[in-house]
Design a protein around this ligand. Structure first.
Ligand code: ISL
Length: 548
């Protein structure tokens, strides 16, 4: 096994900068806002921040379309602000990881602009340009944001590939000079003192050079035609090893791959320490029930989480290290998906935090999860801002769906639920901005905000702080092996076993009281609800130390 690394003991917190805190009144969160809220993060007890992209970008996909990898988005501040953030975090004993988006660049990136302007440009090989006719794209691949994955450039009489929006052009990783530039750029950031990266859709970077048609039946099932050709492409492992050897390893930087569609088996290949690829990955299998997709409105049964995560933890064994996350900026709030009834909100929010903070792996909190935030009550498509939601709505309308039908489908999965600005106070716009927020909330902040929860010992925020402290106080929760108890109806039972200590967890995954029995010689360390030694109330979890 590898020597223990800092990130295995760390709790991460994802900041979506546009929606975290606005310091200059333009309605858009910024680096100054993050700097002003570092106390919140420190009080919470988190060890590291993951910043969604803050690079210069025309914001077709809120920064996931990068125009300049070495500049800071003007709306977010300056490079000085970013340097200050690194400094301030390090001063507090915290770390910073950035988002690395290298499957694609913005169409406004200088590489792409030069490739367009000059047929002899060396940058042509950085992208997938293909000749053709305006009505016949080179293959049948579809974009994750609706329609064909090919954009026609009349000025060139060529197509170019984009798996995401038509303004996010895919990079061709078979081309060595392009890879060199990426390595140089990553090293440049690491020289600045950044501690690592989350790698955006990194499993999509290797495409088979022939770009074969996708199987339409696979496409129908997964909604995205062509994905079987690139979700684990021919040179994926090789490219990851180059990145690690030439960029991450010399700086001891942590690497977390965002890898949609990757199951536990492939996850092991990507994260086994002796293979030299990634430290951790984000798989998404557990975020929806089997056979369901994000755009379906259904109730997610927590027993599915138990089954999915148990499988991952078993498959990973003692060798690989799991990431533990339930939300991010691309997914609706989990509480809403499981049980939207307000009377269960706090209990459920606390239970989800407890599970993440007691299982084996590195927990990632997404902003607002520490407050038990839920989906927003958007009432029309005009309130949405996300390119995926807007494109999907338009595509559904074109297919003949009514406004109500199209809106309902988009609403079930919209990424904007998680992107509504953070509620800091009960004041106007939750104290997020003195101006007008770029994306409007629905008034929920009057009751659910950081300030009021900090003062309320029964709040989700206070529970979150306590649970992070509990994790820190009991090394078995970070270093212990995980042993699962018998699968019993709506219960999730597991233990974390270290040499000198065993910690047990019992969680009621249902909305009804559940019988259980606290083991003999167990000392209660934490309870999220008002149950007792024989009964857990709905969504209650208990943590105990086993003595002897
Ligand atoms: O949104 C999806 C499909 O509808 C996801 O599978 C998505 O492809 C995946 O989560 C990738 O997300 C990442 O890359 C995107 C960006 O829009 C997301 O915000 C980012 O997290 C393109 O850069």
């Amino acid at each position: 096994e590898r020597p223990r690394a800092w990130w295995q003991d760390a709790v991460f917190y994802q900041v979506y900068p546009r929606s975290f805190m606005d310091s200059d009144g333009d309605g858009i969160g910024d680096l100054g806002g993050i700097l002003a809220r570092l106390d919140h993060l420190q009080d919470l007890g988190v060890d590291a921040l993951w910043l969604s992209p803050v690079y210069d970008s025309p914001n077709d996909d809120n920064g996931y379309d990068i125009r300049d990898y070495r500049a800071v988005m003007a709306e977010f501040g300056t490079m000085d602000d970013l340097d200050r953030l690194v400094h301030e975090l390090h001063r507090r004993g915290m770390r910073l990881i950035m988002d690395l988006v290298v499957n694609h660049t913005s169409d406004e990136h200088a590489w792409f602009q030069q490739a367009l302007a000059d047929p002899a440009s060396p940058y042509r090989d950085y992208y997938f340009f293909r000749p053709g006719e305006p009505d016949a794209p080179p293959n049948n691949w579809t974009s994750f944001f609706s329609g064909s994955a090919w954009r026609w450039f009349p000025e060139r009489g060529e197509w170019a590939l984009h798996l995401f929006s038509p303004r996010q052009m895919d990079l061709d990783w078979t081309h060595p000079p392009m890879r060199e530039e990426i390595v140089e750029m990553v090293r440049w950031w690491l020289e600045k003192g950044v501690d690592g990266f989350r790698l955006d859709v990194i499993n999509y970077i290797s495409k088979p050079p022939a770009l074969p048609d996708g199987d339409a039946t696979v496409g129908a099932l997964m909604e995205y035609t062509g994905v079987e050709h690139y979700f684990a492409g021919p040179r994926l492992h090789e490219h990851l090893r180059q990145l690690r050897a030439e960029a991450f390893e010399p700086y001891a930087a942590v690497s977390i791959g965002e890898t949609p569609g990757v199951g536990a088996r492939l996850g092991r290949l990507l994260t086994a320490p002796d293979r030299g690829e990634l430290d951790m990955i984000f798989g998404f299998d557990h975020l929806d029930a089997p056979g369901r997709t994000r755009f379906e409105d259904y109730r997610y049964d927590l027993r599915h989480l138990r089954d999915a995560w148990t499988d991952w933890q078993r498959e990973y064994g003692a060798t690989c290290w799991p990431s533990l996350f339930l939300e991010n900026h691309d997914n609706p709030r989990m509480i809403s998906k499981i049980d939207p009834r307000p009377e269960h909100r706090a209990a459920l929010g606390t239970l989800l935090l407890l599970l993440k903070l007691t299982l084996r792996g590195t927990p990632f909190l997404y902003q607002g999860q520490e407050l038990g935030l839920v989906n927003h009550a958007f009432s029309s498509v005009a309130q949405l801002r996300d390119v995926e939601s807007l494109n999907r709505y338009a595509a559904l309308r074109e297919l003949g769906r009514s406004d109500a039908e199209a809106f309902a489908e988009v609403l079930a999965g919209s990424r904007d639920h998680a992107r509504v600005p953070m509620p800091w106070t009960s004041g106007p716009y939750g104290g997020f901005t003195d101006g007008t927020p770029w994306l409007m909330g629905d008034g929920d902040h009057e009751k659910w905000n950081a300030k009021d929860q900090a003062a309320d010992p029964g709040s989700v925020l206070r529970a979150c702080r306590d649970l992070i402290a509990l994790r820190r106080a009991h090394p078995a929760l970070t270093r212990g092996a995980i042993v699962f108890g018998p699968r019993r109806r709506g219960l999730w039972l597991y233990e974390r076993r270290a040499e000198d200590e065993t910690i047990g967890v019992a969680a009621n995954l249902t909305d009804r009281p559940h019988r259980w029995r606290m083991p003999a010689r167990a000392r209660l360390l934490y309870a999220t609800g008002a149950g007792d030694e024989r009964r857990l109330v709905p969504y209650e979890a208990r943590v105990y130390a086993l003595e002897g």
